[in-house]
Design a protein around this ligand. Structure first.
Ligand code: TXA
Ligand code: MG
Length: 331
C-alpha cells in the first residue's frame, strides 16, 4: 500500500473521509502525539487499528471528537466536576473516562463498560474531526511499544506501507500523551499522568486522586502495565543523583566501541560535559515536548542511551518520568 503524507486541506480531508468511511485508518496530528484514527462505530475498522499497531487486544482506545460534538450521545453520568474540567481545559490534552452507552463498537474499549473521550486542541485535529463529524477511535500512531510519534516523519517510519494517509500538521508541541482521567467516581482519578497535572485538576475539581496499581488487582487502565515508549536500542536508567555512575558507564561503553549517548536535562548536560548528549531542555514543558523527539533521534545514532532523570520532578515531570522509566524498562 502506498502511504501518502499530505498537509491538511480540503483535498486531503476529502481523501481522509473516503478512507475512514470505507473502514480504513488515517494518521493525524494532535497537540500531544500523532494518532491513528478509525471510525469508532465500525468494529472491523477498529480491529484493524490493533492489527496495524500490533497492540495487545486488552488495551482500550480513546475516541476523539471535535469541540462541538455532543458527547452526551455516547456516555452517561457526566459529573459536575467533569463539566467544570471540560470548561477549563478542553479542547486540550485531557482524556476523560465515563460510563458508556455502548453506541461505539465494543472493540474500542475492549469490552469495558466505560469510554475514554478526548477533544484535542490542535487546529488540524479539529478540522479532521469536524470534517468527519463522528467519533474517531485513535491510539498513538506508532508500532506498539515503540516511542510515540510527534512528527509525520515518525509515523511514516513506523507505518509506511500499512496506512494509506498521514495528515502532516508539524511537530506535536505537547510531546507526551494526554492525561487520562477516570470520571466515573465521586472525585476524578488520574489513570495516566500527562500535560494536565494533578494540581491543575484539583484546582478546578476540588480534589483529584491518582490510581496506583495494587498487587493482584485488575488494572484499570491496561496501557499502564506494558513496556512502552521504547527506542530501538539498548537503554540504561539512572536517577538524578547518580550522574557520576552514568558518566562512568558512558565512558566505559564508548571506550569499548559501543556508541553511547546521555539523555538528560540541560543542567545535567552542562555538568556532565560529554560529547554525545541528547539534551531534553530546561523546564518541564520543554522536557516533555522534546522527550520522544530525542528518543527517536537517539535510536538512530546510538547503540546505548543512558537516561539520567531530570532534577525537576513536579507537575508535568510526573508524566515525563512515567514515560522515561517505561522507555528504559527491560520487558
Ligand atoms: O494524547 C493522547 O491521548 C494520544 C493522542 C493520539 O490523542 N492517544 C493515546 O492513545 O495516547 P493510546 O492508545 O496510546 O493510549 C490510550 C490510553 C491507554 O493507557 C488506555 O489503557 C487508556 O488510554 N484507556 C482508553 N480507554 C480507557 C477506558 N475506557 N478506561 C481506562 N483507560 C482507558
Ligand atoms: Mg500509545
Amino acid at each position: 500500500m502506498e502511504t501518502k503524507v499530505l498537509p491538511v486541506n480540503e483535498q486531503s480531508l476529502g481523501l481522509a473521509k473516503e478512507i475512514i468511511e470505507s473502514g480504513g485508518a488515517v494518521a493525524f496530528p494532535t497537540e500531544t502525539v500523532y494518532g491513528l484514527g478509525a471510525d469508532a462505530f465500525n468494529t472491523a475498522a477498529v480491529e484493524n487499528i490493533f492489527k496495524i499497531k500490533g497492540r495487545p487486544n486488552d488495551n482500550p482506545l480513546i475516541v476523539h471528537v471535535h469541540k462541538d460534538y455532543d458527547i452526551s450521545s455516547l456516555v452517561s453520568d457526566i459529573p459536575k466536576y467533569a463539566v467544570k474540567l471540560a470548561e477549563a481545559y478542553l479542547p486540550g490534552p485531557l482524556t476523560m473516562v465515563y460510563k458508556s452507552f455502548g453506541k461505539v463498537s465494543p472493540a474500542v474499549s475492549c469490552g469495558l463498560d466505560t469510554l475514554a473521550i478526548r477533544i484535542p486542541a490542535h487546529s488540524d485535529a479539529q478540522k479532521f474531526l469536524k470534517y468527519l463529524d463522528k467519533p474517531i477511535a485513535a491510539p498513538s500512531a506508532n508500532i506498539s511499544k515503540h516511542v510515540s510519534p510527534v512528527t509525520a516523519e515518525h509515523v511514516y517510519f513506523d507505518l509506511n506501507g500499512n496506512v494509506p494517509l498521514i495528515l502532516d500538521g508539524g511537530k506535536s508541541e505537547g510531546g507526551i500523551e494526554s492525561t487520562v482521567l477516570d470520571c466515573t467516581g465521586e472525585i476524578p482519578v488520574i489513570l495516566r499522568s500527562g500535560l494536565i497535572t494533578r494540581e491543575m485538576i484539583a484546582e478546578i475539581a476540588g480534589d483529584c486522586g491518582e490510581y496506583v496499581l495494587k498487587e493482584g488487582e485488575k488494572v484499570k487502565s491496561p496501557g499502564m502495565k506494558y513496556k512502552h515508549y521504547s527506542p530501538r536500542c539498548k537503554t540504561k536508567f539512572f536517577s538524578s543523583d547518580e550522574l557520576d555512575k552514568a558518566i562512568a558507564e558512558y565512558k566505559k561503553n564508548n571506550i569499548a566501541g559501543v556508541c553511547t549517548y546521555i539523555l538528560c536535562d540541560d543542567e545535567t548536560a552542562k555538568i556532565a560535559a560529554v560529547d554525545n548528549v541528547l539534551n531534553l531542555g530546561k523546564n518541564g514543558e520543554e522536557i516533555a515536548s522534546n522527550l520522544y523527539l530525542k528518543l527517536r533521534d537517539g535510536e538512530k545514532k546510538a547503540q546505548l542511551i543512558i537516561a539520567v532523570a531530570p532534577k525537576e520532578q513536579d507537575g508535568v515531570m510526573k508524566g515525563v518520568m512515567n514515560r522515561l522509566t517505561k522507555a528504559c524498562k527491560d520487558v
